[in-house]
Design a binder for this molecule. Structure first.
Ligand SMILES: Cc1cc2nc3c(=O)[nH]c(=O)nc-3n(C[C@H](O)[C@H](O)[C@H](O)COP(=O)(O)OP(=O)(O)OC[C@H]3O[C@@H](n4cnc5c(N)ncnc54)[C@H](O)[C@@H]3O)c2cc1C
Length: 399
């Protein structure tokens, strides 16, 4: 990568997993691409369950071969009602084999996925890296001008705002965001265990949110434990031994003895939705475009679909000799992403609310819905396919 030219077809601001995937996909689509992202070690211990087409996409980007040995296949998923309420849902088990798949996807530590993305990005001649933050983003009629913190200036006809929750690009485009803080936090940490996970992910539903055990390679799992902020603050302050014991109790010892690994992080949960996904030569991807609670492992999977769709539209525009930042392209990106993001955000919000609700009719409805899903094969299979990717979306590759 070099920075000989300061004028690009597209620029990506932000080097999280969504931004790196977007930059690689755009550069591979033939666009001269700038990536404005400071190189820094990945700062937390989150893992990502990559579902359905996400793995195909990373394969097509030549990222997956660089990290697949560090990922664990997800072949089945158990939902266990651990609310202790009078009205409880029966256990529901989803199996990939039931819909003709070997696995739903793979779980991988974000830092290892990021290393593979960084390695691939570094090998692309069409990608120029600015190891810096974007300090200002200024809109023009024919291009967007970005000035970096160290005073470099570059321009692009289209900017992908992959700069996370407090997106400067989104603000520059004047896109408003609807934001709702949830009174929940997610604690993440990894554990080793004495019994094998058999590639089954287990989700315990509690009155404060789900606590999910997701397989990692070997006898290890990642835990996302959603609870009220006060309880989350208590959990994160426990010693390794106490946290291991608390997680073992929460899991009803399905994985045997647990041993918490070093490192834990807390994420206050929120739902964020911008009014538009693209405007004035700026297209939003990743958490700049959607923030949802970590239920059903949808966040980065949606971010990768943002990247794939944007790269497809840019490639199409450039092949026909068009400016990729034209309002027509922006409008298509907005409508392409809207249905996916809005429908998933709605479904996850409802699933979360129904779990937290003290309202008996709501609890009955939830239990009946899960009962139906557990006992009625076609509905269960529909839910599985829909959980992997929107049914209207063709599985496609970017290459
Ligand atoms: C507990 C938890 C578990 C999750 N589990 C899953 C899962 O299993 N599956 C799944 O699909 N999703 C999951 N998610 C969601 C997923 O982690 C996020 O969607 C994803 O990490 C967001 O990536 P991003 O690149 O959009 O944002 P970020 O990782 O926030 O990256 C944004 C980047 O932009 C940079 N930046 C900001 N401003 C600027 C600027 N001005 N100039 C340059 N750079 C800038 C930041 O430094 C950062 O590096 C989970 C989320 C949580 C909280």
């Amino acid at each position: 990568m070099n920075d000989a030219s300061a004028s690009f077809d597209v620029a990506v601001v932000g080097g999280g997993p969504a931004g790196l995937a977007t930059a690689i996909a755009l550069a591979e689509s033939g666009a001269r691409t700038a990536l404005i992202a400071r190189r820094a070690p990945y700062a937390d211990n989150r893992t990502t369950a990559l579902l359905g087409g996400s793995v195909d996409f990373l394969q097509a980007l030549d990222v997956w071969p660089r990290c697949k040995d560090n990922a664990a296949a997800l072949q089945a998923m158990r939902l266990v009602d651990d609310t202790g309420r009078l009205i409880r849902a029966p256990e529901v088990r989803f199996s990939a084999a039931e819909i003709g798949l070997d696995e739903f996807g793979y779980n991988i530590e974000n830092r290892l996925l990021m290393a593979a993305l960084e390695e691939r990005a570094a090998g692309l001649a069409a990608l120029t890296r600015f190891d810096d933050d974007a300090a200002t983003v200024s809109l023009g009629d024919a291009e967007v001008v970005i000035r970096t913190g160290e005073g470099k200036s570059l321009s692009a006809r289209l900017v992908a705002g992959a700069d996370g929750r407090h997106s400067l690009c989104r603000e520059a485009a004047g896109i408003e965001v609807k934001r709702r803080e949830l009174n929940q936090s997610a604690l993440t940490f990894n554990v080793g265990h004495s019994r094998p996970h058999r590639n089954i992910s287990t989700e315990f539903h509690t009155p404060q949110g789900p606590c999910v055990f997701v397989p990692l390679p070997g006898d290890r799992s990642s835990i996302v434990w959603v609870s009220a902020p006060k309880e989350a603050a208590r959990l994160i302050a426990l010693s390794d031994g106490e946290l291991s014991e608390a997680a073992e109790t929460r899991s009803h010892s399905v994985l045997g003895r647990l041993r918490a690994e070093p490192g834990r992080h807390l994420f206050p949960l929120a739902i964020e939705q911008p009014r538009q996904f693209a405007k004035s030569r700026i297209a939003l991807v990743g958490e700049a475009a959607h923030v949802i609670p970590p239920i059903g492992a949808q966040g980065l999977n949606m971010g990768l679909r943002d990247a794939a769709d944007l790269a497809d539209l840019v490639r199409e525009a450039m092949l026909s000799g068009e400016d990729p930042g034209l309002p027509r392209v922006m409008k298509r990106y907005d409508s392409t992403r809207r249905a996916d993001v809005l429908s998933r955000t709605f479904a996850i919000d409802i699933a979360n609310r129904s779990l937290l609700s003290d309202f008996l009719p709501m609890q009955s409805l939830r239990a009946a819905g899960l009962h139906l899903m557990g006992s009625f094969g076609p509905l269960r299979r529909f839910a599985m396919r829909e959980g992997l990717a929107p049914s209207w979306r063709p599985r496609r590759r970017v290459s």
